[in-house]
Design a protein around this ligand. Structure first.
Ligand SMILES: NC(=O)c1ccc[n+]([C@@H]2O[C@H](COP(=O)([O-])OP(=O)(O)OC[C@H]3O[C@@H](n4cnc5c(N)ncnc54)[C@H](O)[C@@H]3O)[C@@H](O)[C@H]2O)c1
Ligand SMILES: [Zn+2]
Ligand SMILES: [Zn+2]
Length: 396
């Protein structure tokens, strides 16, 4: 089959690789009909995530048709499903608490040591996201093996097009969980750093949860305009100073809740960011953590900070004093996608949440490398790239 493979920094290729096979009784094989490139994939593309190997198949946002089932899969051939990016067993202590991204059994035994060493305990598996998260082949491919298929995938009713439901695989639940983790109260002012897909879904979710005002921060005018369309006020951090603007907009109090939807590749010429960048380029650090630091400093006393954004390693210059003295709460994590999928599918079917506004480009799988380049180089215009394995190649 054809699949998008990783070969190193800024080097991804569509190649022929072996077809996936059923390995365990609960597996299923999916023929992928739509798959998206995520901001998290850019961290791989930029070479920030360790334990990648040449030839790894990428992609953790995908959906498709069931073509083969193991004896203990509950899916049926021909069903259309969206697959959560987190691979979880559904039966362990954490899955029992619906904390699927903390599943104890999502990683093959051989892959547990790295996360155990780095984080204290192994995490759930993730599709197409390094060997530390299981070394699972991803869904930017014609076919993909889905483990624990009796727990994860959600069946999509007939007649609902892919574009409407594809983002149930990751970014919609992630934006929703980000807002939920911000414990929004009616009348709150919520600030969201980053107007990428995650930030934009966090903006929509915050309003649905009762926020009175949402302030969205980015430097790409087109992405800020999308946030505005949902009713957000905006700050362009290249035109105004974010902290000062937030204080002015909130009468000197600060936002009730702050959501960091930027992550380890923060842009901007800020002192801490420049130091992070120098440390990164000299292999003394990995993460550029400017936005989480700023969210903590800007948040009102007694407020809440939510961090859907991904960080991988250790950071310094963390304002622990401000965090403690102001009595803040921080909640974060890889999304417990399985927990949120059913309710969010209903919200989509009832037209309460709009998802298709985000897609700026649809490309055949064969042009996936070009899709990565575009999403990486032109973040203003390119808000989300969806790859369609069956789509005809665009004319040159
Ligand atoms: N927790 C999870 O399960 C989960 C799931 C999906 C994505 N993520 C993470 O969420 C983050 C966002 O994902 P995305 O797909 O929206 O990514 P993205 O790269 O498309 O968007 C990030 C946005 O942040 C903006 N930004 C950069 N520096 C900023 C700054 N200093 N202040 C304000 N905005 C700034 C960028 O301009 C960009 O628009 C990433 O770190 C991604 O890995 C987490
Ligand atoms: Zn994703
Ligand atoms: Zn589990």
């Amino acid at each position: 089959m054809r699949a998008l493979t990783w070969h190193g920094k800024h080097d991804v290729r569509v190649e022929s690789v072996d077809d996936p096979e059923i390995l365990n009784p609960r597996d299923t094989i999916i023929r992928v009909t739509s798959t998206a490139i995520c901001g998290s994939d850019l961290h791989l593309y930029d070479g920030f995530i360790p334990t990648m190997m040449k030839g790894d198949v990428l992609g953790h946002e995908f959906m498709g048709e069931v073509v083969e089932t193991g004896p203990r899969s509950t899916l049926k051939k021909g069903e259309r499903v969206v697959v959560p990016f987190t691979i979880a067993c559904g039966a362990c202590y954490h899955c029992g608490k619906h904390q699927y991204s903390a599943c104890d059994n999502g990683l093959p035994a051989d892959n547990q040591d790295i996360a155990q060493e780095l984080y204290g305990q192994p995490m759930s598996g993730l599709f197409g996201y390094s060997h530390m998260t299981g070394g699972y082949s991803g869904g930017q491919a014609e076919y993909v093996r889905v483990p624990f298929s009796d727990v994860g995938p959600i069946v999509i009713p007939e007649g609902v097009e892919d574009d409407k439901v594809l983002f149930l695989s990751d970014i919609l639940p992630t934006g929703w969980m980000a807002a939920e983790n911000a414990a929004i109260e009616k009348g709150d002012t919520v600030a969201v750093w980053g107007c990428g897909p995650v930030g934009l879904f966090a903006v929509q979710s915050a309003f649905l949860m009762g926020a009175e005002r949402v302030i969205a921060i980015d430097h790409f005018p087109h992405r800020l305009a999308l946030a505005k369309k949902f009713g957000a006020e905006t700050i362009n951090f290249e035109e105004s100073k974010t902290y000062e603007a937030l204080m002015e907009m909130t009468g000197g109090i600060g936002p009730d809740a702050c959501i960091d939807a930027v992550g380890l590749e923060a842009h901007g010429f800020f002192v801490d960011n420049v130091i992070d960048q120098i440390k990164g380029s000299t292999f003394l650090g990995t993460d550029r953590a400017h936005s989480i630091r700023q969210a903590i400093i800007a948040c009102r006393k007694g407020g809440r900070v939510s961090m859907p954004a991904v960080y991988g390693g250790f950071i310094d210059k963390f304002p622990l004093g401000a965090f403690m003295e102001k009595g803040l709460t921080l909640r974060t994590g890889q999304t417990h996608v399985q927990h949120y999928m059913p309710a969010l599918l209903n919200a989509i079917l009832e037209d309460k949440i709009d998802t298709t506004f985000l897609i700026s480009h649809r490309l055949p799988l064969e042009q996936a490398a070009e899709g990565y380049r575009m999403f990486h180089d032109d973040q203003n215009e390119v808000t989300k790239v969806v790859l369609k394995p069956g789509l005809e190649l665009a004319a040159e």
